[in-house]
Design a protein around this ligand. Sequence first.
Ligand code: ZN
Length: 82
Amino acid sequence: MTNFVCAECKKQFENCLYWFDSLYFEKFEKREIKPFCGPKCVKEWHERNNVKDWAPRKAPYPKGPEWQMITHLHPAMFQSKN
Ligand SMILES: [Zn+2]
């Protein structure tokens, strides 16, 4: 079975509960989703990239298939990138 690969520690894991979504930050023109294996990696990745300094995207959010709200990540969403 294909698993997620953590964007921070590169560990493979199942059931992604934490991810970064470029929908919520103004500086991204493209949708980017980064899966994380747990809160520790989320925190480390955010600190390393200074995410706290990124301007949040204001409504209205971009529209179209690329920008749909995601409530559950599936490994198939990453197959094209791996
Ligand atoms: Zn990790």
